[in-house]
Design a protein. Sequence first.
Length: 264
Amino acid sequence: MISYKSKYILKSFINIHNRVNLSAAAENSVEKWDLITAVCLERKPVIAPEPSKMEKEFQDYLSDLELRNSLKNDFELRNESEIKKIELLKSGEVDLDSDVTLKQTAQDFIDASTEEAMSFKLAGRTTANENNNRSLNRKLDKHLVLLVKQKIGNVHHYLLPQGPRQEGETLRQAAERILKTNCGNEIKAQIYGNAPAGFYKYKYPKSLRTEGCTGAKVFIYFARYLQGHLPNKDVDYLWLDRQELAKTLPKEYGQSINQFLVDE
């Protein structure tokens, strides 16, 4: 018969053996992913957008309220004073003051300002490059996001500038390198924060899975365009607004980006 001590040792050995097998199976089942860093480079609107109907009505209401509740300023008081003096001069109740005739009256200033305002022409809200998706001088009242044409598998897509993280790099360092690689030194931009603003992952087709990599995990950093232009080189890129992004980006990829973009 097996003693109690022998049974205990045998049971412990079986438990250890099972744990080793489970650990090995877990290690074999862990999926490996490529770490990709992407940069969402956005140009802010250059001009204010057109107000909506409700915004216009509210603006008119505030202007009317301010006019009714406001006090007269110094220029209005001066104008009223001069009007009274002119009326007194016409009635002959006061003598002509030479100082009044030499200086510019409030009415003269009003006439000159009105003439200047009538001759002033507002710049147009649209430009000659509205249909040129490679130009930053378009959609001046919209946010524009940079997309670069890249090959994923055997298919080309317009995506955010992206690339694999190199050994020893932080994700932020990878974002700075990728932005410089895709945009060159002429573009000045500010990357916000050390943590990614968005995340997206996708699996490779089985025929393209190498070295056990299941797919790619994309960590997206947000950057604000400051100044400069992309150099003229063999890079197929687009500057697109929100509606154009929705039509161009893959659906799930676009949804991941929209989660951290501010609505217009």
